[in-house]
Design a protein around this ligand. Structure first.
Ligand SMILES: [Zn+2]
Length: 82
């Protein structure tokens, strides 16, 4: 009954430390949470100091204040290039 032996060897693999991201970037999944009141997001302000969006410091993706992706690193989001 070799199968039984095999089953025995299928012990649970080492638990990969599952670090739960509290506030992950939707693109790169890096943690953006920094503290109770802070995030690692880079805020984007308009001329009136209104927050209009933010940039992920990890992947440079740009989002508007609805957390909608505006720009992925290296791409302008504009169509035109085939
Ligand atoms: Zn990111």
């Amino acid at each position: 009954m070799e199968n039984l032996n095999l089953l025995h060897m299928l012990k649970k693999p080492k638990k990969t430390r599952k670090k739960k991201s509290i506030d992950p970037c939707p693109i790169c999944r890096e943690e953006l949470h920094l503290g109770d009141k802070f995030t690692q997001r880079i805020g984007l302000l308009d001329d009136f100091n209104e927050i209009i969006g933010w940039i992920c410091p990890h992947c440079d993706s740009e989002f508007n204040d609805d957390n909608h992706l505006v720009k992925i690193k290296g791409s302008t989001g504009e169509s035109g290039e085939a």
